[in-house]
Design a protein around this ligand. Structure first.
Ligand code: BES
Ligand code: ZN
Ligand code: ZN
Length: 496
């Protein structure tokens, strides 16, 4: 997919589809050549200018584009997310009518609301994410080959100042999101811990600024990462601890830690039939980190980023961990495993302890499909944010605004740690109450983070996987966290 900026006459563009917006002077102007045909059709159809409405017109070769798509944008002030969704719908409609080359007319009044660079970035994001498909495992018989948009011309007024970098950055962010979606959508018999390690190696192979280190069982054991090894014990898949280092210069180091459970059966505390269905997605945090590194390799921001991924499978077997087992984490704390299905926090315990003692970053963020309780609390569209530092909190909220990804802060109440006290070890992996599960999970994680490091935990259990098609996220992996954290990394790079 190629995006380009143009100021040419829309009626003369060599495209298959021209997208215009209802009720804008730009539409009226383009309609002059058609003798007011579009205006008459819109009136006749009683076109409703509600987001989501559109109308496809075949103007009978009076102009070069063979199809004209009229889109609605609503009555209120345009928001970034609504604009992304409108563009996603245009992209989807174009690919359904097999229009390979399209042009989108950007109305001047939209730039007054959002600014031209935000509009262009939102258009690239919306079209790329909205037209994403994952059909590689369908045979040709059951599926007609994917139609891909080839070229998107963005028509702007000549007077608009567009930053050269806008398209490149938006495309790298969106491609990284699609890369993450692919990894999440692949089944667990493809994305094994070894596969994730291979992906990390191939990313560093292609970039001079990225190195990888993959720890095997022996190395993990000698470092004291017995918590990860305990979770991995029940599976015949070999666990991997993956470390990626991006060196972009600058003084700051950001560390991203991802939950990489390539399949979560629950272990001996086995999940229900329904609960098992989508658990290939339990490595979405890890997949987001790999996507982010793909974008870092292309965009090379002036900052250092370390990615840590604890990759293993959580399976029941004769060698699996059992409720009541006690394991020691890298920071010396012992964990009583009450429920083997609360495995994400166990692998993150070692990962966060590794980050605290070996990386000592300026900012530490973990990304995990951690709790069903977070989905109950915030639904499928909003990630839970837990953060121990006000500055990092506002930077994350700003990044959420810029990316359109939604996060909501939940508390880290000190006294809830009492709920995690074990009678026989330093801490247990689930609370006795069964209430506030997203919070008690975060409280558990905090015990493995150095208190002096600004740390945030993002529980992406809801938004990481879409059960239904939505405008920006078709069914499956969503790439949740990728654009949010890339925005944060760029914000931190700018401020350092
Ligand atoms: N991977 C799950 C959390 C999850 C649930 C992610 C639904 C995405 C959708 C996690 O490992 C888990 O099983 N958590 C348990 C914790 C409980 C045993 C305290 C849960 O949420 O039920
Ligand atoms: Zn689990
Ligand atoms: Zn899990």
């Amino acid at each position: 997919m190629k995006f380009e900026i143009t100021s040419s006459d829309p009626n003369k563009l060599n495209v298959n589809l021209l997208a215009l917006f209802a009720g804008t002077p730009e539409l009226t102007k383009a309609d002059l050549v058609l003798g007011g045909l579009i205006g008459r059709i819109l009136k006749e159809e009683e076109f409703d200018n509600k987001i989501g409405s559109d109308l496809l017109i075949y103007p009978d070769y009076q102009i070069t584009p063979s199809k004209v798509l009229i889109s609605a944008y609503g009555d209120g002030k345009l928001t970034i997310v609504n604009w992304q969704k409108i563009c996603a719908a245009i992209g989807l409609r174009a690919s359904r009518v097999k229009a390979g080359k399209i042009a989108v007319m950007i109305p001047e009044k939209f730039s007054r609301d959002l600014g031209i660079n935000v509009l262009i970035s939102g258009l690239v994001t919306g079209i790329t994410l909205g037209t994403y498909t994952f059909n590689k495992h369908k045979s040709q018989k059951s599926n007609s080959p994917d139609f891909r948009l080839e070229k998107i011309s963005i028509i702007v007024d000549q007077k608009q100042a567009i930053a050269n970098e806008t398209i490149r950055v938006a495309q790298a962010f969106s491609d990284a999101t699609c890369f993450t979606r692919d990894l999440v959508n692949e089944p667990s018999n493809v994305t094994t811990p070894t596969y994730l390690a291979d992906i990390a190696n191939s990313i560093s192979h292609d970039s001079a600024n990225i190195t990888t280190e993959i720890l095997d069982i022996k190395q993990m054991h000698s470092l004291g990462m017995d918590a990860i090894l305990a979770v991995a014990k029940g599976s015949s898949e070999i666990p991997k601890f993956i470390r990626l280092d991006y060196r972009g210069g600058g003084k700051k180091t950001v560390c991203l830690a991802g939950k990489g459970i390539t399949f979560d059966s629950g272990g001996i505390s086995l999940k229900t039939q329904k609960g098992l269905e989508t658990m290939k997605m339990d490595m979405a945090g890890a997949a987001a980190i790999l996507g982010i590194f793909k974008a870092l390799a292309i965009l090379k921001p002036k900052i250092n980023v370390t990615g840590l991924i604890a990759a293993c499978e959580n399976m029941p077997s004769g060698s699996a961990i059992k409720p009541g087992d006690i394991v020691r984490s890298l920071n010396g704390k012992t964990i009583e495993i009450i429920n083997t299905d609360a495995e994400g926090r166990i692998v993150l315990a070692d990962t966060l302890a590794y980050a605290s003692s070996k990386i000592k970053p300026d900012v530490l963020i973990d990304l995990a499909t951690l709790t069903g309780a977070c989905v109950v609390a915030l639904g499928e569209e909003i990630s839970g944010l837990f953060v121990n530092n006000e500055k990092l909190k506002s930077q994350l909220i700003e990044s959420a605004k810029l990316s359109g990804e939604r996060i909501w802060q939940l508390p880290l109440p000190e006294d809830y740690l009492d709920l995690m006290k074990s009678k026989v070890a330093d801490i247990k992996n689930v609370s006795g109450t069964g209430h506030g599960g997203a919070i008690t999970a975060a409280i558990f994680l905090q015990e493995f983070v150095d208190k002096n490091i600004p740390w945030a935990h993002l529980d992406i259990a809801g938004p990481a996987f879409a059960e239904h098609d939505t405008p920006l996220t078709p069914y499956g992996g969503t790439g949740s966290g990728v654009r949010l954290l890339l925005h944060l990394i760029f914000l931190l790079a700018k401020n350092s």
